[in-house]
Design a protein. Structure first.
Length: 679
């Protein structure tokens, strides 16, 4: 019998002098997975469901590009969303969390289920979520995890909380989407059967719940995810394959592959089954975990013997697509002994593969100002595409020089530091940007410009890394997906000493040519020892930041279309950049396609008389304008063939700026002809 309680402790040692360093050791902890319910009465899953938080995900894992888009567009969208909780752990107030945070937690569940080939439209039941909120509060306040047992000494005890504890996955040090990922990871010596993963990936489940509390003072964050509904043990729905594996067969982003691999098959006996595993054809020595039933479908678990599944060990990835071949033999089923074979290909979703086909735009290179200029893009082959977005930006010079003399005019700092970001440099004169770990979280100095690099674009800066540990890393990062994900183009860990001079750094952005590119300086820190001081000799100082040979994109507007066509009507004669991207599952934009740079020109000016009305002694002449005109004149004649004369008393008014106008004049003879002229 497995035990059900697990405690963790938060240790913070503050530095008092420069020779001391602060130490932070905070790790997410998973206790045991909950045991299968013995009684289904009272579980959610019958009657009308409250609402579909996110639904109907599906993905073809044999397509590298579809999986890549599914990860970049959907998985990443559920990261970094603030909880905005009203919970107060110290006073045992469960509180509530923002609907957006709750929604992205469900989104993360359905993302994993879809990649595993399961029905991916799990809903959250409000009643169970309320109970889970109480359970998460109990776990956070008591700094322990427990499904059932004696609750003496649990200060935030409640019947809702204990009810949820028995029916939920529980986590400390993780919350929301991160907790869901932790359940799939299922690390820890006590989780050799990956029970948390098995409940998240149980095919029959349709209704779950969730509760989360944030870090508050010495109280850890916590999550409770209700995993049982009335469908437990019911008819098994259709799945991509008869078995459920993690990682699943096909292409899988390396970020969601963990040391423990699993193979589940309903109603099968896997107790004497064997596993073989190879990496790009090279055999991998594996360790088979003890076989344990009673957690979702019967499941076989193993891990490469070189890895440690009891800690937060990451699965190794070389940076290039890696194929793992798996064979599971001697599986006892109702139809006899069977063998199963499949392959898993780990890949980097930030790198496009051979099946990537960027959307290409066709249309005029010189659209007319205020004209109806038709453009179209190639159609995506992804069946999850439900529409398209067209991004229109003005393209201007992106040349930048910033010597920190103008404050943060060109940058945004987050989170807000407790010290002055602009300071005198530790050596030399002038000013510098100073990044330090106060508080001990990554300090992000992001360039406000959206760059559109060329093959010769470069980023220059002078760098001074002061006292910093190996856990404090000076990084320069770029993002080509609007800030959803970032890649290092420069990284320098500290070595517990200080540099003596500023060093010139030159980083090429040529590999990002033709892509919308964000740039930031990230003084990074996650766990370990660190220097918390804020004097300029501690941390990272930057000066003389320069960007060369790049365009800058401004005044970006996004237009949604159901089809691949777009009518562009530029407001002024200048340079524009047109880009298109697909949208999957109605709300998740995919990669931006190949940009088309155009130069809008003033078209031929055309004036169209729309109406002429006579009211009493007044004549009103309405007309519209295509193109541009500096001024207008009303001309008139009383007889065809006679000279046109200018009506100097007519009054001009504007109906619609730039496109529709009206002349008002006094009525004349029985017959009179009018025309509008522009110089």
């Amino acid at each position: 019998m497995k035990t059900c309680a697990f405690k963790i402790f938060l240790t913070i040692l503050s530095a008092l002098t420069l020779s001391l360093r602060a130490e932070v050791n905070v790790a997410g902890i998973l206790g045991d997975a909950p045991s299968a319910p013995a009684d289904l009465s009272g579980l959610p899953g019958t009657g009308p469901h409250p609402k579909i938080v996110t639904g109907g995900f599906s993905v073809n894992t044999s397509s590298r590009e579809q999986v890549r888009e599914f990860y970049n567009a959907v998985y990443i969208s559920s990261a970094g969303v603030p909880m905005n909780s009203t919970a107060v752990t110290a006073t045992c107030l469960p509180g509530t969390n923002s609907p957006t945070f709750v929604n992205v937690t469900a989104r993360r569940i359905n993302w994993f289920r879809a990649l595993a080939g399961l029905p991916a439209a799990v809903t959250f039941n409000d009643a169970e979520s309320t109970k889970d909120q109480a359970a998460a509060l109990m776990m956070s306040e008591h700094n322990a995890l427990q499904h059932v047992g004696t609750w003496t000494g649990w200060n935030c005890f409640s019947s809702d909380g204990t009810n949820a504890s028995a029916n939920s996955n529980l986590a400390l040090g993780n919350a929301g989407p991160d907790a869901i990922t932790a359940y799939i990871w299922d690390f820890g010596a006590n989780n050799y059967e990956v029970g948390h993963r098995r409940w998240i990936l149980y095919p029959q489940t349709q209704v779950m719940g969730t509760g989360d509390v944030p870090v508050q003072g010495t109280y850890n964050s916590a999550n409770a995810t209700w995993v049982f509904d009335g469908n437990y043990g019911g008819p098994r729905p259709a799945t991509r394959t008869s078995y459920v594996t993690w990682p699943p067969a096909g292409y899988v982003p390396y970020q969601v592959v963990y040391p423990q691999w699993s193979f589940a098959l309903s109603n099968a006996d896997l107790s004497t089954s064997t596993i073989t595993m190879a990496s790009n054809g090279v055999p991998v020595t594996i360790t088979k975990q003890s076989y344990l039933t009673g957690f979702g479908e019967n499941t076989l678990v193993w891990y490469p013997s070189s890895l440690d599944p009891t800690t937060g060990t990451l699965f190794p990835f070389s940076g290039t697509d890696t194929v793992y071949s798996i064979t599971v033999s001697n599986v006892i089923t109702s139809s006899g002994i069977k063998n199963y074979a499949y392959t898993v290909t780990l890949f980097d979703p930030s790198v496009a593969g051979a099946d990537y086909a960027p959307l290409l735009i066709s249309g005029p290179i010189q659209p007319t100002v205020n004209g109806s200029n038709l453009y179209s893009c190639t159609a995506s082959t992804n069946p999850a595409i439900t529409g398209y977005q067209w991004l229109v930006s003005q393209a201007t010079n992106g040349y930048l020089v910033d010597n920190a003399l103008n404050g943060l005019a060109n940058f945004t700092i987050s989170p807000a530091p407790t010290y002055s970001i602009i300071t005198n440099p530790p050596v030399g004169s002038g000013n510098c940007f100073h990044l330090a770990h106060s508080p001990a979280v990554p300090q992000l100095l992001q360039l406000n410009e959206v760059l559109f690099p060329t093959n010769t674009t470069a980023l220059y800066f002078k760098s001074y890394l002061g006292f910093a540990t190996a856990s404090q890393i000076a990084r320069v990062q770029v993002s080509t997906d609007g800030g959803s994900s970032w890649q290092d183009i420069y990284a320098q860990p500290g070595n517990s000493s200080s540099e003596s001079v500023f060093t010139q750094r030159i980083l090429s952005l040529a590999s990002y040519a033709g892509k919308n590119t964000l740039v930031r300086f990230n003084y990074d820190f996650s766990t370990g020892s660190y220097y918390p001081q804020t004097t300029p000799t501690v941390g990272w100082c930057l000066e003389n930041v320069v960007v060369t040979n790049s365009l800058q994109l401004i005044n970006q507007v996004t237009n949604a279309t159901a089809a691949t066509n777009f009518v562009f009507s530029p407001a002024q004669a200048t340079s524009y950049l047109l880009q298109a991207r697909g949208v999957i599952f109605t709300e998740f934009p995919t990669d931006i396609g190949t940009a088309k740079q155009v130069s809008a020109i003033a078209g031929a000016t055309q004036i169209t008389l729309n109406s002429l009305t006579v009211t009493g002694s007044q004549v009103k002449i309405n007309f519209s304008l295509s193109g541009t005109a500096p001024s207008f004149h009303l001309l008139q004649q009383n007889q065809i063939g006679t000279p046109w004369t200018t009506n100097g008393t007519a009054v001009l008014t504007t109906n619609i700026p730039g496109s529709s106008f009206q002349f008002t004049t006094t009525n004349g003879p029985v017959m009179r002809f009018y025309r509008v002229q522009t110089p």
